[in-house]
Design a protein around this ligand. Structure first.
Ligand SMILES: [Zn+2]
Length: 285
C-alpha cells in the first residue's frame, strides 16, 4: 500500500506522456512517423501523411516558461536573437494590417503571443482596439508599461477575456511554441465573434530555407515544438473548427526594393516562403 502511494506521488502522467518519443502523429494519428532531424537530446519527427513535423520529446509547460523569460526577448538567451532590438518590422505590420482591414474592417484585435508588442502597437496606431496576451509575464508587463496597452499573461483557458468578443485574433510566431496547438486554436476560436478571423504566422516547414539548409535551418530549435506546412496548418485549423482557410498573400513590407517584394510575393504564392501565413474564419454558426 505504502509502495503504491509512493509510486503515485512521483508519477507525472501528463509530463511523462509528453516526454515520450511518440511514434504516432499528434495531428492525424498516422503511425509510424520518421525521425527527420536528430539533435541528440531531441529530434524532429516527420509525418508523411499530413506533413507535420514535431519535436520529440515535447517540453513541459514549466520548461517552456523557464525559456521564455526576459532573457529570451532581449538577446541574452541566444546572442543572434534579440527581439527587443531587431524584432520590429513596422512596414510588414502595416501591410499585414492593411490586408486584414480590407477583409474585416477595424474593430477589436487580440494578439496571442504578443511578445515585445510591436505588432500590437502598430494595430493600435491603425485604429484597432488592441489587446495582447503572452504566456511570458515579462512580455505582458513590457507591453503594458511601454505602450500602455492591455496585455494579459497566464494561460489562455484562464485569461479573463470575454468569449465571442474579438473581430480578429493574431498569432505571430506563436503556434509553434505551444504544447497543444489544436487546444490553443479551439480556445482562440472561443474568443472570436462568429465570422471573426484568425491570422497565423509560423515558420514554413516546407520553406526554401529548410530545403536548402536541412537540420541547420535556424528555426529548428528546442522551444519550437511543431513545424507546420500549409497542408498541416490547414488541417489543424479545420480540426479546431475554423473554415475558409486562405493564404495571406501579402505584397511588400520587408524587402527594400519592388523586385525584392515581388520575389517575396512569389515565394509566398508558391508556398516556399520561410514564413507561412494563413487566415481562417470562425463559422457564423
Ligand atoms: Zn500526420
Amino acid at each position: 500500500m505504502t509502495g503504491a502511494v509512493a509510486r503515485e506521488s512521483t508519477a507525472r502522467p501528463t509530463s511523462d506522456a509528453q516526454r515520450q518519443r511518440r511514434s504516432s502523429c499528434p495531428l492525424c494519428g498516422a503511425e509510424p512517423v520518421q525521425s527527420r532531424f536528430d539533435y541528440g537530446a531531441w529530434d524532429v519527427a516527420h509525418c508523411r501523411r499530413c506533413g507535420l513535423g514535431f519535436a520529440r520529446p515535447l517540453l513541459s509547460d514549466e520548461e517552456l516558461r523557464a525559456i521564455h523569460t526576459e532573457e529570451y526577448f532581449d538577446g541574452r538567451f541566444t546572442e543572434t536573437q534579440n527581439y527587443l532590438e531587431n524584432g520590429d518590422n513596422r512596414p510588414l505590420w502595416d501591410v499585414t494590417l492593411d490586408w486584414i482591414e480590407r477583409r474585416t474592417g477595424r474593430g477589436r484585435l487580440l494578439d496571442v503571443g504578443c511578445g515585445c508588442g510591436f505588432f500590437l502597437r502598430s494595430a493600435a496606431e491603425h485604429g484597432w482596439e488592441a489587446t495582447g496576451f503572452d504566456a511570458s509575464a515579462w512580455a505582458a508587463d513590457h507591453v503594458r508599461t511601454t505602450y500602455g496597452l492591455n496585455a494579459y499573461t497566464g494561460t489562455l483557458d484562464g485569461v479573463p477575456l470575454p468569449v465571442g468578443h474579438f473581430d480578429v485574433i493574431t498569432l505571430w510566431s506563436t503556434l509553434e511554441h505551444v504544447t497543444d496547438p489544436i487546444t490553443t486554436l479551439q480556445q482562440v476560436r472561443g474568443f472570436l465573434r462568429p465570422g471573426g478571423m484568425v491570422c497565423i504566422g509560423v515558420p514554413n516547414y516546407r520553406g526554401w530555407s529548410v530545403k536548402l539548409k536541412g537540420a541547420k535551418e535556424s528555426n529548428f530549435k528546442r522551444e519550437h515544438l511543431y513545424y507546420f506546412s500549409g497542408r498541416s496548418l490547414r488541417r489543424a485549423l479545420t480540426d479546431a473548427g475554423f473554415e475558409h482557410a486562405q493564404r495571406m498573400l501579402i505584397f511588400g513590407g520587408g524587402a527594400s526594393s519592388t523586385a525584392g517584394s515581388l520575389a517575396q510575393y512569389l515565394l509566398r504564392r508558391f508556398g516556399v516562403s520561410n514564413q507561412l501565413m494563413l487566415a481562417a474564419r470562425r463559422p457564423l454558426r
